[in-house]
Design a protein around this ligand. Structure first.
Ligand SMILES: [Cu+2]
Length: 297
């Protein structure tokens, strides 16, 4: 068996790295049930919203042309975009106004993805949306008629964090009306990433900060224990503040010794442990007092 290993390993790696075969992709197109108002669903999690192949949007006298696109979605399309996790295979689509567009959406990941457009005329498209959604690997198709004016539409996956992680594109009708930010490989991020500091530098800064914190006595201005904020109407030195400060000062030498050499996360975890032990102790004391002063008859 061990002798066979060098021969079998490349075969296993090859099998794992090949793409999805057609047989593995579940096709939802034939099994969708029409729920009315352009809403189609099936029992396997496929969903189309805003399906419209009949009603012309305002300003369209007729369908200008009929187009079909196939959109692929998945982790592998994000590999060429540093720091991104999911993506569509294309980040920009351009169509003439009033185009009847059929989108075949192929989700190649083993999770749920969407191809969702926003900002469409609300009298035709519920909440201004057209969307295809499916748990992959699977294919689902839908049709819509694009509006008549030059506008840039956001297309994204609305599953939590999928757009932020790269599954974002724009669809321009006519000339569009500008570009959207943070589209992988196409437009600049709305908030620029800062890769100037290297990981060793960041780790060194973090450990220096932890070491500095560990050597600091707990002063009233920067107490380690939470102190109740002082309301403007209250006296400057309330009872709660006094208890907080006293506790802080009493345990400062102990904490400084305890935290020496710990990382920030270890310090926080230890503080929570203290809090847990302290709370349990306090609850027990109160319970004992209650039992003492209100004994059962
Ligand atoms: Cu997604």
């Amino acid at each position: 068996m061990v002798k066979l290993l060098p021969f079998t390993t490349p075969i296993v790696v090859m099998l794992l790295s090949t793409g999805l075969s057609a047989a593995e992709i579940v096709d939802h197109d034939g099994i969708l049930m029409n729920h009315g108002d352009g809403h189609l669903m099936d029992m396997d999690g496929g969903m189309v919203m805003g399906q419209n192949s009949e009603t012309l949007p305002p300003g369209c006298d007729s369908v200008s042309e009929t187009k079909e696109i196939t959109v692929h979605a998945g982790h592998k399309y994000a590999e060429k975009f540093p720091g991104r996790m999911f993506a569509f295979d294309e980040q920009e689509y351009k169509f003439k106004p009033c185009t009847k567009l059929t989108v075949h959406f192929i989700n190649e990941d083993r999770i749920r993805h969407q191809w969702m457009m926003h900002g469409l005329p609300k009298n035709i498209y519920n909440k201004g949306m057209f969307h295809l959604e499916v748990t992959g690997p699977a294919k689902i198709s839908g049709t819509l008629i694009l509006p008549s004016n030059d506008k840039t539409y956001l297309v994204h996956c609305d599953i939590a964090q999928h757009m932020e992680k790269g599954m974002k594109a724009q669809l321009k009708v006519g000339k569009g009306d500008g570009d959207l930010p943070s589209i992988p490989g196409l437009t600049a991020n709305a908030i620029a990433d800062d890769y100037n500091a290297t990981l060793p530098e960041l780790l060194s800064i973090a450990s220096q900060a932890a070491a500095y914190l560990a050597t600091q006595p707990i002063l009233p201005a920067t107490p380690l224990l939470p102190v109740a904020p002082i309301a403007t109407k209250d006296p400057a030195f309330s009872g709660v503040t006094f208890i907080g400060l006293t506790l802080g000062l009493l345990i400062a030498p102990f904490l400084a010794k305890r935290f020496n050499g710990m990382s920030t996360s270890e310090v926080i975890a230890t503080l929570f442990d203290f809090l847990k032990v302290g709370t349990t102790f306090a609850v027990k004391q109160v319970s004992n007092l209650v039992k003492r002063y209100f004994p059962k008859n």
